[in-house]
Design a protein around this ligand. Structure first.
Ligand SMILES: NC(=O)c1ccc[n+]([C@@H]2O[C@H](COP(=O)([O-])OP(=O)(O)OC[C@H]3O[C@@H](n4cnc5c(N)ncnc54)[C@H](OP(=O)(O)O)[C@@H]3O)[C@@H](O)[C@H]2O)c1
Length: 321
């Protein structure tokens, strides 16, 4: 596959310095990209030379054994197994490259993407799809009040765009960064913002009441913001966790039961979600011109890591070989 553009996640610097678990080094890094198929093995029929595809990096052997090729993060318990070790040996290198050899299971055709005017922008699809998969775990969004925790981050920004495109009545963007919140507010009158104060009761009152919460926070030192969002849920509400918070949540049994809440986790995305999100973009319902694309070249590794770490809100960094 010819790599057209690959999203450089904000925490790539943390990944390369070992802060997110081990990698089978040496390797070509890079979790996902948009690319053009150059050639396929004889047993590959769902994509063909010339097709524009999203490579999601997700390789699933079933039974919770899932890897992200060229990246950290394992599905299931996250602990890995002898089988995921073998998978990582065979499918080793990622897509921060001019060309990449990819497992057929990681590639999804984007019909009509040949005509999309700015293919590099489509590398944001990976984050949009992770956000969409999480939001869809809460059921249809149309007419419901949605809050996105960590909306000032790249995943959160993607979630705000998605929830608006799928007809949420209101989307409350929650974060610390005032400038990023103001930018989100400019997306339209359905966007509300709440700047986190650190006080659980104040934050809960500022966020809700809402029907759906998507937690897309990065690594926070406490679970306070997540629990404030939990408090902000209406009866029968759903909270979905997709972020990088590595804290335990103290869920009060009686409260959870009496409010009939649902707590879900969501990891990466499946082919159906990718096609849904792509069709929202293709049809113009989800307009990616709201997102600022910052491009870096293959020989600018340090710049890319630094820029990605400093990039948030409705902006993202893409490596364009
Ligand atoms: N579930 C999945 O499949 C999946 C896939 C990919 C990534 N992820 C996770 O998604 C997370 C977010 O990714 P991203 O690209 O959006 O990262 P990002 O752009 O760095 O955003 C991080 C967000 O967390 C907030 N935040 C960070 N520290 C905080 C603190 N101490 N208190 C309150 N808020 C804090 C930031 O808010 P401010 O900037 O406003 O301070 C920002 O909104 C990552 O950590 C990653 O683990 C999950």
């Amino acid at each position: 596959m010819e790599v057209l553009a690959a999203h450089v996640p904000a925490y790539t610097n943390v990944v390369v310095t070992g802060g997110r678990g081990g990698l089978p080094v040496p390797l070509v890094l890079g979790p996902a990209c948009v690319g053009r198929v150059i050639d396929v093995a004889p047993d590959v029929f769902h994509v063909a030379p010339g097709d524009i595809v999203l490579d999601t990096a997700l390789l699933d052997a079933g039974g919770g054994d899932e890897i992200l090729v060229g990246w950290v993060g394992l599905g299931g318990s996250g602990a890995g197994s002898e089988r995921t070790d073998r998978m990582r040996e065979v499918w080793h290198d990622g897509v921060f490259a001019e060309k990449a050899l990819c497992a057929k299971e990681t590639m999804i055709k984007l019909p009509g993407a040949e005509d999309y005017p700015d293919p590099a922008r489509l590398s944001f699809l990976t984050w949009l799809c992770v956000a969409a998969e999480g939001l869809h775990a809460a059921g249809p969004l149309a007419g419901r009040d949605v809050a996105v925790l960590g909306a000032t981050g790249q995943m959160g920004g993607a979630a705000v765009l998605l929830a608006l495109a799928e007809g949420a009545a209101t989307v409350t963007a929650v974060g610390r960064n005032k400038k990023a919140l103001d930018r989100l507010a400019e997306l339209g009158p359905r966007v509300r913002t709440h700047q986190l104060t650190g006080d659980r009761a104040t934050d809960a009152a500022g966020i809700g009441p809402v029907d759906v919460v998507l937690d897309a926070l990065g690594a926070t030192p406490t679970a306070d913001a997540t629990m404030a969002a939990y408090d902000s849920l209406r009866v029968r509400g759903t909270m979905v966790l997709v972020g990088g918070v590595r804290q335990d949540l103290a869920i009060p049994y009686g409260d959870f039961m009496h409010r009939r809440l649902t707590l879900r986790g969501s990891w990466m995305s499946n082919d159906e979600t990718v096609l849904t999100v792509w069709n929202l973009i293709r049809s113009g319902v989800l307009d990616l011109s709201a997102v600022e694309l910052l491009t870096v070249g293959l020989d600018e590794a340090e710049t890319a890591l630094d820029l990605a770490e400093r990039t948030s809100g409705l902006s993202f960094v893409a490596l364009v070989p």
